[in-house]
Design a binder for this molecule. Structure first.
Ligand code: ADP
Ligand code: ASP
Ligand code: MG
Length: 439
């Protein structure tokens, strides 16, 4: 086993100089914490701005030939304040001037957004006295936008050989031709996972502002219980379904090499946090669920036709209509005489009417109904397929929360039960299910 830990610190962990001080003491507390991946500075208080949001705004202003001086001034003030308070040696103003000029000269959105992590990385490396490695030199993207793991491994082997300790900014890398490419929002989590894989880390620590993965979103459910251990598979379901503590793609780089992830709280480093482990690791099953997560804004297209299960090619026709419209679906619960397509509104855009017309023409259904404004909620737990009473508890929780269930999708996965409810009932539904299991 290697004796290296990769430690990623999120935006709230690096929002101001006091947070930087906590980060330093965490990093220095364990000498295995050799590679540190920072995000851009996040919010210091609830009405504050995230640097990444401000950078996207600068880019949008520049594209529309609107002055971005005022917005950039906020960014400048934060980095200059950090550099001063932490007494670092680098000339951060020089770097800021360079970034501002590039944005004014038409730099891409990806380049612009990535500077949040880049500048923070420069300050953190100086403050920790670690080497700074630009992520554009080690995180390699293919030209069509996916990470090239092989090239990344090679670049990391070359760049990090002989470097004991380094800060590598999160969220971005570069394509073959040197153009900067970012991950989707929250993507520093993915950078940390890739670095952990490529240096063969024994552990990937993800430091944030909560003491691990909680059973439900703390912004909706009051004081949810922390989850001690969770498998990759459960975590993927939960983060895909909206529990954004960890970016949903963070699992892929490390799943096959079985590196555990530990979610920790920068503000409470004494808490153990959540350990995310390999699916095959024998962990005790508690007889209850692991967590609940959900997302709003789906549309359900419900197609009814007598005996459609025996009509060959029915679903193929239905799905090819989606395909020809460039729309993918979330799930597709079906029965003997009915099938429903659950589609994210962002996917559907203004294509709904066209799709309905084509379904009528090509599939000749007995009825076709549309349910807009739906939310999906997944209750996740390993072993739930083997435990009696889980689904009845989910439904009891919803009933006691006075929530009408519009759709049920059970059985497609052995580790989750998904229900569809009205968008307006989303929060009530989450609280209702949580209550049913938390007692
Ligand atoms: P970071 O800036 O460290 O990357 P994020 O904001 O991306 O942090 O993720 C942490 C936040 O995720 C928490 O502050 C919390 O509001 C939110 N969150 C949503 N669902 C959950 C959950 N199930 N458990 C813990 N946190 C959650
Ligand atoms: N700073 C980026 C964002 O706000 C990436 C990250 O924080 O992980 O999305
Ligand atoms: Mg995050």
């Amino acid at each position: 086993m290697s004796n290296r830990i990769v430690a990623k610190f999120g935006g709230s962990s690096l929002a101001d100089s006091d947070q930087f001080r906590k980060v330093k003491s965490i990093v220095l507390d364990n000498e295995k914490r050799k590679y540190v991946v920072p995000s851009a500075p996040g919010k210091r208080f609830s009405k504050d701005y995230k640097i990444t949001d401000l950078l996207y705004l600068c880019h949008a202003h520049a594209q529309n030939e609107i002055s971005f001086d005022d917005v950039f001034k906020h960014i400048e003030d934060r980095y200059i304040g950090l550099a001063k308070e932490l007494e670092v040696k680098i000339d951060i103003k020089k770097h800021l001037d360079e970034v501002k000029k590039k944005i004014a000269d038409g730099a891409s959105a990806d380049y612009t957004a990535s500077r949040g992590e880049y500048l923070n990385g420069l300050i953190l490396a100086d403050y920790l006295e670690y080497e700074f490695i630009d992520a554009s030199e080690v995180i390699c993207f293919k030209n069509y936008g996916k990470v090239d793991l092989e090239a990344t491994q090679k670049a990391i082997d070359e760049k990090l050989s002989g470097i004991e300790r380094a800060v590598i900014p999160g969220f971005y890398g570069a394509k073959d031709d040197g153009t900067i490419k970012t991950f989707t929002r929250g993507g520093s989590d993915v950078t940390g996972a890739i670095i952990a894989r490529c240096v063969g880390a024994e552990l990937y620590e993800n430091w944030t502002d909560v003491s691990g993965f909680l059973m439900a979103d703390p912004n909706i459910v009051e004081n949810p219980k922390p989850i001690e251990v969770v498998t990759y598979k459960e975590l993927r379901e939960l983060s895909y379904m909206g529990a954004k503590v960890l970016h949903e793609e963070s699992i892929f780089p490390i799943r096959d090499v079985c590196i555990p992830i530990n979610i920790r709280n920068t503000n409470k480093p004494e808490d153990k946090g959540t350990l995310i482990v390999d699916d095959n690791r024998p962990i005790s099953y508690s007889g209850t669920i692991t967590g609940i997560a959900g997302k709003k804004d789906f549309t359900v297209i419900a197609v009814q036709k007598m005996l459609l299960n025996s009509e060959q090619g029915f679903c193929r026709k239905l799905l090819s209509i989606l395909e020809s419209n460039g729309v993918s679906f979330e799930n597709m619960p079906s029965g003997i005489d009915s099938v429903s397509l659950v589609i994210e509104d962002a996917q559907l855009g203004d294509k709904l009417d066209g799709i309905l017309e084509e379904i009528k023409k090509q599939c000749n259904p007995d009825s076709l109904e549309v349910y807009p404004n739906m939310a999906l909620i997944s209750t996740v737990g390993r072993g739930m397929d083997r435990t009696k009473g889980i689904s009845s508890k989910v439904f009891r929780g919803l009933a006691e929360g006075d929530v009408n269930i519009r759709m049920i999708n059970q059985g497609s996965s052995e580790i989750n039960i998904t229900v569809g409810v009205e968008n307006d009932d989303f929060e009530k539904a989450l609280r209702g299910i949580y209550r049913a299991f938390a007692q």
